[in-house]
Structure formats: structure tokens, C-alpha cells
Write a protein that binds this ligand. Structure first.
Ligand code: GLN
Length: 440
């Protein structure tokens, strides 16, 4: 289905080129779309068994915009079920391999999109990021991944995980491609009540080769315990390179950063438990017949959801329930505010923040599946950015001794994607990490 459509779109663009017509920047560009964005007439599973037969009757805003821009969708990409996970192992349809080492995970939850771009199966791809799902797999696969400011890109047609955190963004091999793709998908959408009414600039105008006059803050707390030594040294080298490009480097402190994971694992499951209530075997997806309505719900949900999704629904239902709401959910929301305040204080001193994207490089498939907590901790550095609604980007900044990619995370103030592009581009142009490709 997607193959036929892709060939058809490609032929149309070929014909246009043959006729001597000028084509748009994205026309004919092969793109992968994470399988939690609705594509009309094309199965959208969220890597869940419960949506195994779901063919959306409508198109998400982002894929609609990309269709209009003439991109060629070569396929829907794999993910952790409902975007819950950090390794793409929680997929009902099997895992995705990391192109740099096929025994290792690509990260997640947008692991399919990251791996497809790294393996040159498509030029660019879309992912979604609730707590790191674009940036972490980008880091582990050695590509560029951007989570835009909350509200910059429409969530209409994105299957909801945690609505106050979810955001769609681009994957690409170069910073320039990410700037072009963001320009194509960003913008106000009346179909998303959290969509921001802002002008969308041409992001490519911010791709400048130097960083003179820019203040870059290094988040001190992200260099503590648990950080892999090779990741630390690559990230520190990258910070040295930013200095060589003209940036002033300042150490900043975000003391409440470390509570991010705890707050996130209350807020995100709470929202997920509400969002996933809609899979009741009536309106969407598979149905397991039973004698009573209640047993139909139970049977369908018991067989339809995987273990991690069930774990999140259970946690979220608990943290929202009467008596526990104040103790957990409300408290987590207060922590969220404190983390926002840490960022605000840091941004009084600097223009952009940097830190590692992930504390480690890609791990072996199966290594962390029995220990959800160790998987949750990998999002230590990406989660605070979602809690504060800020833009964050991961760019390649080196390789470890095994030849596995390392990512540098850049964090900006609300709607300052321009500065992220400037820093990312200047760095990329002065290094050659992005031109290396995995041998497959
Ligand atoms: N790994 C995190 C989680 O499992 C983030 C997922 C995401 O950003 N979608 O919740």
C-alpha cells in the first residue's frame, strides 16, 4: 500500500522534473513516518496489537502538510507500543536493530524513524517526543533529532500518549534538512487546542557558521554519576568546539533536574491512563467478543496491550485516584513548575543550554527489558525539557570505542529553535561526525 503510493508520488515528481518545472525543496524526498501518526487509508498501529487493524479515516495535520509539500512516504516506522519505551523493544511487531550494531537497540520510542534515517532507508523522518523519544534514538543512531517547543507542531492525528508533553519533530542526517522539515510541519492548527499562533520563519536563515556573541550554558548536574566516561569526554570535546567557534561557555546549575524522571513517571502515566481509556473494543481496533460489555473490555484490553502499556495504565490510574491524587499527581505537577523555574534561572544567564542527550550509547537488545527502572533512568537528561515545554535537539558529537554514536543535546528557550539551529549547524559544519555512515 505505502509502496504503491510512494511510487506513484515519485513518478509525478519525475514527470514534473522531466517537463522542466521547478520543484519544491521537499518534493520527491523519501520520508518515514512514525506509526503513531494517522495516515488516511494506511494502517496505523502504534506498534500495539490493540490497533492491529486500525485504518484511520483521516490524515494527521503533519502528514497532510508533507503530502502537500510532495514528500514520498516510504513507510510507517516502528516504535515502542504507544510510544512508551526507550528501545523500540516494546513493539507488538518485533524490535528494530541499530544500524551501527545490529545486536543493539536504536533507542526509542521513535527507534524505527531514527534507524531508517541512519541506514539511509529514507532521507528524513518524523518522530514524536514525550520524554525523549526523538532525541534519545537520534543520539543512539548518530542522526539529528529535534523536539520543537510544545505547541509549535500540531498534534492533530498524533495518537495521544501524554498530551501535555507530546510533540512531533524531525529526524535527519544534517541540520539543514531538519530546518527544512520543521518549516514544513510547524504552524498554527485550529484542530489542536494547544497549537501556538506564531509566524513560522524560514529556519534555514539561521544556519550560520559561527557562534560569536552567543552564551552557551553547560548544565553541571548532567555530568554526575551514571554518565558513561566516553560520552562525557565526547560531549566535553564538543563544548570545547563550541568555544572555538566563538561561543562563551558558562557553567549553570539546574538543581531540580534530577527530580524530572520521578515527576514524569507520574504525570505521563496519569495522562496515558486517561488517553488510553478510549481503546474499549467499541470505537477502535480489535475486539474480543464476550458475554457482557465489561468482560469484552477486559478481554480486549488484556490481550491488546503489552506489558509496559499495562504498567503505565496501572500507575496512572493509581496516581489519579481519590486520595492519591494530592500525594502523587499534584506533587509531581509542583515539581514540574520547579524544573521550569530552574530553566528560567539558567536562561537569564545564557542563550542555549548543552548537556549529553543520553548517559550511555546504544545497549544490547534484551539487556534492560527485565528492569524498567534502568530504562526509565536513561531519559534523565531529556525529560526535563518536555516538562518545561522547551525545544531540544540532539546532534551527533562522536563515537565510543565500539563505534557507537554519541549525541549532544542543545536546549533552547520557548520558540528559540533559531538558536538551536545556529549552534547545531556551526558545530556540524566544523566536524565530520554527520558524514559517517554505518556499514550494513
Ligand atoms: N522513554 C520515555 C518513556 O518511555 C519517553 C517516551 C517518549 O518520549 N515517547 O516514557
Amino acid at each position: 500500500m505505502t509502496a504503491e503510493q510512494a511510487l506513484l508520488t515519485a513518478k509525478k515528481v519525475d514527470a514534473k522534473i522531466a517537463a522542466g518545472k521547478t520543484i519544491g525543496l521537499l518534493e520527491g524526498i523519501p520520508i518515514g513516518i512514525k506509526d503513531n501518526m494517522c495516515t488516511q487509508g494506511i494502517r496505523t498501529t502504534c506498534a500495539s496489537r490493540i490497533l492491529e487493524n486500525f485504518v484511520p479515516p483521516y490524515e494527521s495535520t503533519v502528514t497532510q502538510k508533507l503530502k502537500e509539500a510532495g514528500t514520498v512516504m516510504v513507510g510507517k516506522t516502528n516504535l515502542d507500543e504507544f510510544a512508551m519505551g526507550g528501545s523500540t523493544e516494546n513493539s507488538a511487531y518485533g524490535g528494530t536493530a541499530n544500524p551501527w550494531d545490529l545486536d543493539r537497540v536504536p533507542g526509542g520510542s521513535s527507534g524505527g524513524s531514527a534507524a531508517a534515517v541512519a541506514a539511509s532507508e529514507c532521507v528524513v523522518a518524523l518522530g514524536s517526543d514525550t520524554g525523549g523519544s526523538i532525541r534519545q534514538p537520534a543520539a543512539l543512531c548518530g542522526v539529528v533529532g529535534l523536539k520543537p517547543t510544545y505547541g509549535l507542531v500540531s498534534r492533530f492525528g498524533l495518537v495521544a500518549f501524554a498530551s501535555s508533553l507530546d510533540q512531533i519533530g524531525p529526524f535527519s542526517r544534517t541540520v539543514e534538512d531538519a530546518a527544512i522539515l520543521l518549516g514544513a510541519i510547524a504552524g498554527y492548527d485550529p484542530k489542536d487546542s494547544t497549537s501556538l499562533k506564531v509566524e513560522i520563519p524560514d529556519y534555514t536563515q539561521f544556519l550560520k557558521p559561527d557562534l560569536k556573541g552567543l552564551k552557551v550554558g553547560v548544565i553541571a548536574e548532567t555530568f554526575g554519576e551514571g554518565l558513561d566516561a566516553e560520552v562525557e569526554s565526547s560531549v566535553k570535546d564538543a563544548i570545547g568546539q563550541l568555544k572555538a567557534l566563538g561561543a562563551e561557555i558558562v557553567e549553570v546549575s539546574c538543581p531540580r533536574f534530577r527530580y524530572g524522571v520521578s515527576a514524569y513517571y507520574i504525570i505521563a502515566p496519569s495522562e496515558a491512563s486517561a488517553n488510553l481509556a478510549r481503546y474499549d473494543a467499541v470505537k477502535y481496533g480489535i475486539r474480543e467478543e464476550a458475554d457482557t460489555l465489561l468482560s469484552m473490555y477486559k478481554k480486549t484490553r488484556a490481550h491488546g496491550f503489552g506489558a509496559e502499556v499495562k504498567r503505565r495504565i496501572a500507575i496512572g490510574t493509581y496516581t489519579l485516584s481519590a486520595g492519591y491524587y494530592d500525594a502523587y499527581y499534584l506533587k509531581a505537577q509542583k515539581v514540574r513548575t520547579l524544573i521550569k523555574q530552574d530553566f528560567e534561572a539558567a536562561f537569564e544567564k545564557v542563550d542555549v543550554l548543552v548537556c549529553p542527550t543520553s548517559p550511555t550509547t546504544a545497549f544490547k537488545a534484551g539487556e534492560k527489558t527485565e528492569d524498567p527502572l534502568s530504562m526509565y533512568l536513561l531519559d534523565l537528561m531529556t525529560i526535563p525539557v518536555n516538562l518545561a515545554g522547551l525545544p531540544g535537539m540532539s546532534i551527533p558529537c562522536g563515537f565510543d570505542g565500539r563505534g557507537l554514536p554519541i549525541g549532544l543535546q542543545l536546549i533552547g528557550k520557548v520558540l528559540r529553535e533559531d538558536l538551536l539551529f545556529q549552534v547545531a549547524y556551526a558545530y556540524e559544519q566544523s566536524t565530520d561526525w554527520h558524514v559517517r555512515k554505518p556499514t550494513l
